[in-house]
Design a protein around this ligand. Structure first.
Ligand SMILES: [Zn+2]
Length: 592
């Protein structure tokens, strides 16, 4: 036990001793040699390849990927620990280039695999053990894969086409600065700094922050909208016309391995529950003492409790709440502390926010936090350690199958937060702190579930409108309609929100990514409901879901645990948990 827990930086020594170390240089050389060897084996790839020879390809590819991951992780983590460090910056660029070249050199294997006839593919998959799902999943794309020269042309043209447009969008929007008058002083802010005021207790500052955000985005709305139209057309040209996906969203669904009807059901059920959050916004208006909530106020703080938790206290709270569920979870989380894989201090130049980085199945994941003692910092610790536990529970799988697929990626993290909140609510005597926690839970649920579902609904509509030659103004009008359906009569909308869609990077960079947030959060809420209902009996099923990692299709992992994601009732279950939470909040006497 590393008691007392202290806030420190991590040690990357389990990866490499340091920048100039011979071990680091040797890994570049070794990787190059291993890839060269892999290339010489190419002639062995024939439909009749014996099982053992095929598995030798897989094993070699796994080794190459593992070494590549270590380099990637060392460079990336060093850079996160100090973004101003030139050596780290240079190493990131070097590794990026190096790994991209290696990927091209081994590309022939996956292309061959996707081309292979069904009969031989089934034979090889049957002999592949834990690698089966990884192999199966690659072949899902067989009907949508073009010839090698065509695939190469798409890759090359993407660099200067859609990728470049995405980068251009980033470059344009990342240089935006925002001006706000706070306490009589004009401040120049980044978007992140500006949006802190969206949660400010001063109503005028909240309004000013949003007005400034969309003043800036709106000024360039026509050009940003044009970039979006072009990316949407590119997506359709490639995914629907060239690769023959049935619809633009289907391409994403297949990458997530979620059947199209499941996503439709999820979005339908979300739409049907918009009224639930409208009820919440009405309640919030009463707490804020206003007749109707403005869109500026949806994240307004209701109570002003400012409870702090010191770092050792936070670590113990989180570990205890895990332990209460199952001792194994606490043991695994403890390993992140013991192995010095946790960077929790706040330092100048260190990357903001938080993440968990899993490198290889047998390696303890790395976790980055910027711990500042607020309740949400404790929740973030539980969240990121939840991710770490997830990948450690799946450590029996291969490098290709231990990472949970996207729809399940937030399961352990969100569940970990819920365990913590339950623990905090159980031991918290101060009503205002309890109330704050409950309000924040619904705030977060709004932001991850309803808001993201409505983004996805907008994307679905926009992708159809753009082929019908809709203008940027048409898209803005459609976006306003989307918001009106979402908020109903409960929220007053300023006209500047017509530009919100041009400010959402995800819909530019990764079309239809956003529904995964709603999927993950509702899934966890539903599961948590089952846990409360079933107690001990639920635990092995939950651990089974986590231990599966990415070794099986999400729908199958979940159905083995008795969860049917095709059923509208299952998704409604998640909303019912929120409805119960809302009942609790509505029963509280309103305090101003
Ligand atoms: Zn997460």
């Amino acid at each position: 036990m590393t008691l007392p827990y202290t806030q420190t930086r991590w040690s990357l020594a389990d990866l490499f001793p340091g920048y100039g170390s011979p071990e680091l240089e040797a890994t570049f050389t070794e990787l190059d040699a291993r890839v060269a060897e892999f290339e010489t084996k190419r002639p062995e790839l024939s439909p009749q390849i014996p099982d053992a020879a095929f598995m030798d390809f897989v094993a070699r590819l796994e080794q190459v990927n593992e070494l590549g991951s270590r380099l990637y992780a060392f460079a990336g983590l060093s850079f996160s620990a100090d973004t101003q460090d030139q050596t780290a910056q240079t190493l990131v660029a070097r590794v990026d280039q190096f790994v991209a070249e290696l990927q091209n050199r081994v590309l022939f294997f996956s292309l061959w695999w996707k081309e292979l006839d069904d009969e031989n593919a089934s034979r090889l998959m049957a002999a592949s053990g834990d690698y089966r799902y990884w192999l199966e999943e690659m072949r899902h794309f067989k009907p949508h894969t073009l010839t090698e020269p065509e695939e190469k042309i798409i890759n090359i043209k993407n660099v200067t086409g859609s990728n470049a447009l995405g980068n251009l969008y980033d470059s344009i929007t990342n240089r935006y600065t925002f001006k706000m008058t706070v306490d009589g002083e004009v401040k120049e802010l980044t978007r992140g700094e500006l949006m802190v005021y969206a949660r400010h207790h001063d109503a005028d500052l909240r309004a000013a922050a949003y007005q400034e955000l969309y003043r800036v985005y709106g000024e360039e709305g026509p050009i940003l909208g044009q970039i979006y139209q072009t990316l949407v057309r590119d997506w359709r040209n490639e995914q629907v016309d060239l690769r023959h996906f049935g619809s633009p969203i289907s391409a994403r669904n297949l990458a997530n391995d979620i059947p199209d009807p499941v996503v439709d059901t999820l979005l339908d059920v979300s739409e049907r529950n918009a009224g639930l959050f409208q009820r919440f916004f009405n309640l919030k208006a009463r707490w804020l003492g206003v007749p109707r909530l403005r869109r500026y106020d949806i994240y307004a703080p209701v109570a002003k409790s400012d409870k702090r938790y010191d770092y050792p206290q936070a670590a113990e709270l989180v570990l205890d709440s895990f332990k209460e569920f199952h001792p194994r979870l606490a043991e695994l989380a403890q390993r992140v502390f013991d192995d010095d894989h946790l960077d929790s201090e706040v330092r100048k130049g260190k990357r903001g926010g938080a993440f968990c980085y899993s490198i290889a199945p047998k390696m303890t994941p790395y976790v980055l936090l910027n711990y500042q003692g607020r309740a949400e910092d404790v929740a973030t610790m539980a969240h990121e350690l939840g991710h770490a536990i997830h990948s450690m529970l799946a450590s029996e799988h291969s490098l290709f199958t231990f990472h949970a697929s996207l729809p399940l990626a937030e399961t352990a993290s969100t569940f970990g937060e819920m365990m913590l909140i339950d623990r905090l609510l159980a031991q918290e005597g101060d009503e205002s702190v309890r109330r704050d926690m409950l309000f924040r839970q619904v705030d977060d649920a709004y932001a991850t579930i309803l808001r993201q579902s409505y983004f996805a609904l907008f994307e679905r509509q926009a992708h159809e409108m753009v082929v019908q030659n809709a203008s940027v103004d048409d898209l803005s009008a459609a976006y306003m309609d989307n918001l009106k359906r979402q908020f109903g009569e409960a929220v007053e909308l300023g006209d500047e929100f017509r530009w919100e869609w041009v400010s959402i990077p995800h819909i530019y960079q990764v079309p239809f990514y956003v529904y995964a947030y709603a999927f993950g959060q509702l899934l966890v809420l539903s599961m948590y409901q089952q846990y409360r209902a079933e107690g001990e009996a639920f635990k092995p099923r939950y651990l089974g879901i986590l231990s599966a990692g990415g070794s099986e299709a999400p729908a199958r992992v979940l159905s083995q645990a008795g969860i049917d994601i095709h059923s509208a009732d299952f998704w409604q279950g998640g909303f019912n948990v929120l409805a119960a939470l809302l009942d609790q909040l509505e029963a509280l006497p309103v305090i101003h």
